[in-house]
Ligand binder design. Structure first.
Ligand code: HPA
Length: 276
């Protein structure tokens, strides 16, 4: 274990900079969720570094996630992209889940566009809809900042009143309108998984004010806000949540809808990035 509390982050950053052969700063970061990794394929001038190569990074076990860090150009802007993420349900600690986000911060990221697959709780939603995350509810069972507050990133107690940037929400709404893409908006509730929810849980979550449910994103957003990044979250509704319809939930369907909607997600993300 490094004795410098920032050591684990610095090691990862040093390794990435070596592979890049540059000290370039990347003000924009992307995180690609389940089934959405293909967006990374449309980047150009890419340096691809497998998570497994980067000191301190875990490797996603789940087949819907590729687990690469990509530095390159997307929609005319320089970006650093996590093609896949680490999940709490894979057995990673919250520290491990948020390590890549802190590394992005050290690589220069100030604006973070984060995507995920989610189950629709709001009965007005349909499979394939894209939801702008207006806010979240953390029911994952823990906060990633517990015992993990490096002053180099941010303050101990920090505001979460605007977890999802109003400015970026405005840009996303405009981008969607210009690209003729219908957007839903709502609150994302995060659970640990890996089991899907029961119908009773979904009814309870609806009562709590949630519109979509997923197993990721919230720890990363907390870490990003701690470090002062501006965040935009997009959820792809890959299924209706348990009990909303009679369908049996499977991860294969989640991935399939991700692939089916990849082009639209990419078009929207590109339009948003151009609007930044
Ligand atoms: N529940 C939790 N996580 C999910 C779901 C769901 O229905 N769909 C995609 N991720």
């Amino acid at each position: 274990m490094p004795t410098d509390p920032m050591g684990e982050y610095k090691l990862a950053v040093r390794y990435i900079r070596e592979r890049l052969g540059s000290e370039e700063h990347f003000p924009l970061g992307l995180v690609l969720g389940s089934g959405l990794g293909r967006l990374g394929d449309s980047m150009t001038d890419v340096v691809l570094i497998p998570f497994a190569d980067i000191p301190g990074f875990g490797k996603p076990y789940y087949s819907g996630h590729r687990g690469n860090l990509l530095c390159g150009t997307f929609a005319g802007k320089r970006v650093v992209c996590l093609q896949g993420r680490l999940h709490y349900y894979e057995g990673y600690t919250f520290d491990q889940v948020i390590l890549p986000i802190r590394v992005l911060r050290l690589l220069g990221v100030e604006t973070l566009l984060i995507t995920n697959a989610a189950g629709g709780i709001n009965t007005g939603f349909a499979i394939g809809d894209i939801m702008l995350m207006l806010d979240h509810i953390n029911l994952m069972g823990g906060n990633p900042m517990v015992g993990n507050q490096h002053p180099a990133f941010g303050q101990n107690f920090f505001d979460m009143g605007e977890a999802y940037s109003k400015r970026l929400l405005g840009i996303a709404r405009k981008a969607a309108a210009e690209a003729n893409i219908t957007l839903r908006e709502g609150v994302y509730i995060a659970v640990s998984g890996p089991s899907y929810e029961t119908p009773a849980e979904i009814r309870a979550f609806r009562t709590l004010g949630a519109d979509a449910v997923g197993m990721s994103t919230v720890p990363e957003v907390i870490a990003a806000r701690h470090a002062g990044m501006e965040v935009l979250g997009l959820s792809l509704i890959t299924n209706m949540a348990a009990g909303v319809t009679d369908a049996i939930l499977t991860s294969e369907d989640v991935i399939e809808i991700g692939h089916a909607r990849a082009a639209v997600m990419e078009q929207l993300a590109a339009e948003i990035v151009r609007g930044l």
